[in-house]
Design a protein around this ligand. Structure first.
Ligand SMILES: NC(=O)C1=CN([C@@H]2O[C@H](COP(=O)(O)OP(=O)(O)OC[C@H]3O[C@@H](n4cnc5c(N)ncnc54)[C@H](OP(=O)(O)O)[C@@H]3O)[C@@H](O)[C@H]2O)C=CC1
Ligand SMILES: Nc1nc2c(c(=O)[nH]1)N=C([C@H](O)[C@@H](O)CO)CN2
Length: 238
């Protein structure tokens, strides 16, 4: 009987894509540690399924230190870290561009940077090659005039992928998944949805399974590192 794999840490695991990833791994009997900021109703269900649910608001100064300590109370190894937590904020909603830029850089670049450093020994303690996966965005390659700070922060995360891949090899692989539209938000208008669907040449809202498939492919590789899986429906061909 092979020993149970060490837990996978997923940040922002209580809704949408993060939640789909958590449920996917739990269904495969894979141990999961997830962070959440808001106490979504689903948290109790995930805990009953065996997930370790840790409250972490990464806007708080001590969040990383507290997360580090809480994770070490539960495990002495990790098989993967998936940096999923994110805030899709924009200049139109934030007249304070300085605060917006700081917030975007913190959640999308500083938090993954600090977590990777803080927990790398737990990844190395894993019995097999471990993984860090950064969930970036198609806009890393194109920019975004309506989400300027967001796109720049995801580009920083994209660059961290290559730096950490070089630093952590060969015990830890580090890769990005760069989606464009995966799932709409509840308050998205029909007009926005129609306009967004036209941006790719596949023209669909693919759903979280696209990200799950890409993550599973990365985790199944013993060789791929410092690279990006782009799941964008052919947006670059428009
Ligand atoms: N949805 C899509 O179509 C696309 C998504 N992506 C990327 O995929 C990933 C998942 O997307 P999606 O599911 O839509 O993400 P969401 O916008 O639903 O956010 C994911 C989670 O991030 C958490 N979060 C945000 N800010 C903080 C913070 N300061 N501290 C702690 N947690 C925080 C939220 O926690 P809580 O809810 O607990 O407050 C939320 O559950 C993201 O990285 C996103 O940028 C990229 C392109 C397209
Ligand atoms: N944290 C989030 N990031 C992004 C989201 C989201 O809902 N939350 N959504 C998008 C869009 O789907 C975009 O890819 C297409 O308009 C981008 N990032």
């Amino acid at each position: 009987m092979s020993p149970a794999a060490a837990p996978i840490l997923i940040t922002g695991g209580a809704q949408r894509i993060g939640l789909a990833l958590v449920k996917h791994f739990l269904a495969k009997q894979q141990a999961v540690i997830l962070t959440y900021r808001t106490k979504h109703q689903v948290i109790d269900e995930l805990a009953s399924l065996g997930a370790i649910c840790i409250k972490a608001d990464f806007d708080e100064p001590e969040a990383i230190t507290q997360l580090n300590n809480q994770i070490r109370a539960h495990t002495d190894a990790l098989s993967a870290i998936i940096h999923n937590a994110s805030s899709w904020d924009c200049e139109a909603n934030n007249p304070d561009f300085s605060a917006l830029f700081d917030n975007m850089m913190r959640i999308h670049a500083k938090v993954p940077y600090l977590i990777n450093h803080a927990l790398s020994d737990l990844l190395t303690a894993n019995n097999n090659v471990s993984d860090v996966i950064h969930i970036t965005d198609y806009v890393v390659e194109k920019g975004s005039p309506k989400h300027i700070a967001y796109a720049a922060s995801k580009a920083a995360l994209d660059n961290l992928t290559r730096s950490f891949a070089a630093k952590f090899a060969p015990n830890i692989k580090v890769n990005s998944v760069a989606p464009s539209l995966i799932i709409f938000n509840q308050d998205d208008s029909d007009e926005y949805k129609a306009k967004t669907l036209k941006k790719s040449i596949m023209g669909i809202e693919p759903g979280s399974k696209e990200v799950i498939n890409s993550v599973d492919m990365i985790l199944s590789s013993n060789y791929m590192t410092g690279r990006t899986v782009q799941i964008d429906g052919g947006r670059h061909l428009r």
